[in-house]
Design a protein around this ligand. Structure first.
Ligand code: TYD
Ligand code: MG
Length: 453
């Protein structure tokens, strides 16, 4: 009799299951992502998995939705990313590098929700109760109906949830959780997938809001939360430079709101604090009168953020000039330099060029193009750009400056922060209402923009 197969191969990226190893995943096209794991359940699937109550089909008009159902997390920045607050019964994944502040953020959210009268259960599989207490001491007191539990077995977690009946549950982190009937180790693709499945059933069946923490690792020894993204309602990524103090919460998927919103937080001694005006934060400590620095306006969702684009252009001593880009797309910088060379006749191959978005922010919006171009030219000629000027616009291959969306919001953000001049695409200017609070200069191509400076 043939031996029963006990292992299978899983794609670390998307969870695709296969009987044999493959170089490329047929589902998500990622290379070299298959790992071998014990497959199947220890016991045959029992009736335990099935929900207790059978669902009944309903008419659309019989389904009640109340918009006021959303709970505020106590942080406007987070509420906005969630699309206006927490929807009861939703499953939210908070991903991010280890140590970025996921546990801190969720603990603070728990504290706020508990203070608003919700019953909250925080389940940690990573830290002991003492460690949680130490962290909680840093961020301030926690009210009574916030309960803590250290547990990694999801089957006992399920029982506890049924017993305690909380309204909000935090699972920190999904990589430490396991189901007894799956034979592979915690953090493996099948464990993560099955655990999330169970959590989804709990969330939908009981109307409990569940926040899941997921670590993202570079080389993916543990299954990244990518596998989970399909299952949950909302995916938030918490990102930021570990050396800089601000953190950005970005919505990647949201079944209850738009996804291009961000929330900005700052890591302080007493936990995370909201940053209500990120532009001010990004422009803090700007050098005055330095060449190669231009303030640009980028949009994050519906929110304009001013940031400083810096460029340094120096004589090259190498056969192939060096180019680097930090915080923005390297290829885009190369493209813009090619435009400068061809359309404005600068001898770019003679120079090394370094482009940087100050403050460690990452931004790939095409609206930054014109600012990058002007920063490069300013550095090349060693002539500073007026520090009360902001610039935005997309640059095309023939050197034309193209329109960008939401020009009015960008201009009003600049006015709010005291800028006196704005260089923008002529097409945007034509469509805009006249304002005398700021001098607006419309440009059609890169040469015109350089002439304005
Ligand atoms: P943590 O929430 O444990 O990260 P994660 O859960 O994403 O792994 O955050 C840990 C980092 O945050 C750690 O480097 C210390 C820092 N921190 C502060 O700076 N201030 C604080 O009040 C707290 C609680 C943490
Ligand atoms: Mg943590």
């Amino acid at each position: 009799m043939a031996k029963e197969k006990t292992t299978a191969f899983f794609c670390k990226e998307c969870g695709y299951e296969s009987a044999k190893w493959m170089g490329q995943c047929p589902a998500c096209r990622a290379w070299n992502t298959f790992v071998e794991e014990p497959a199947g359940r220890k016991e045959s699937p029992s009736g335990k998995m099935r929900p207790v109550k059978r669902a009944v089909p309903a008419r659309l008009e019989d389904i009640s939705v109340e918009e006021s159902d959303r709970d505020s997390t106590g942080y406007q920045e987070l509420d906005r990313v969630l699309g206006g607050g927490v929807v009861p019964g939703s499953l939210v994944l908070v991903g991010g590098d280890p140590g970025i502040g996921k546990s801190t953020l969720l603990l603070q959210v728990c504290r706020n929700l508990a203070a608003a009268g919700r019953k909250v259960l925080y389940i940690s599989g990573e830290e002991s109760l003492r460690q949680i207490k130490l962290r909680a001491n840093r961020i301030g007191s926690a009210p009574g109906n916030l309960l803590f539990l250290c547990e990694t077995s999801l089957d006992s977690i399920q029982e506890t949830i049924m017993e305690v009946k909380p309204q909000v549950v935090i699972i920190d982190s999904i990589q430490t959780m396991y189901r007894e009937e799956i034979s592979s180790a915690p953090g493996s693709v099948s464990q993560v997938r099955e655990s999330t499945n169970l959590l989804m059933q709990i969330a939908k069946g009981q109307g409990i809001t569940i926040f899941i923490v997921g670590h993202v690792t570079k080389e993916g020894v543990v299954a990244g939360p990518r596998v989970l993204e399909h299952m949950v309602d909302t995916v938030l990524y918490f990102e930021g430079d570990r050396h800089a103090s601000y953190r950005i919460l970005r919505g990647v998927k949201n079944r209850f709101g738009s996804t291009n919103e961000i929330g900005v937080f700052e890591m302080r001694e007493q936990g995370l604090a909201e940053v209500e005006n990120p532009s001010e934060f990004m422009l803090d400590g700007r050098p005055e009168g330095a060449s190669g620095a231009v303030v640009a306006c980028a949009m994050e969702g519906t929110r304009p953020i001013l940031l400083e684009v810096q460029a340094l252009v120096t004589q090259s001593n190498l056969g192939i000039p060096r180019r680097t880009a930090a915080g923005t797309d390297y290829n885009r910088v190369n493209l813009l330099m090619a435009v400068l060379e061809k359309r404005c006749h600068y001898e770019m191959p003679r120079y090394d060029a370094y482009v940087n978005i100050a403050g460690g922010m990452k931004m790939n919006e095409p609206a930054l193009d014109l600012a990058i171009v002007l920063a490069l030219v300013s550095s090349l000629k060693d002539r500073p750009v007026d520090e009360k000027t902001i610039v935005f616009g997309e640059v095309g291959l023939s050197g034309e400056v193209r329109a960008v969306s939401m020009a009015e919001q960008r201009v009003s953000e600049a006015v709010k922060l005291g800028f006196t001049c704005c260089i923008l695409p002529q097409i945007c200017l034509d469509k805009m209402k006249h304002t005398d609070r700021i001098r607006l200069v419309g440009v059609r191509n890169v040469r015109e923009a350089i002439a304005v400076l």
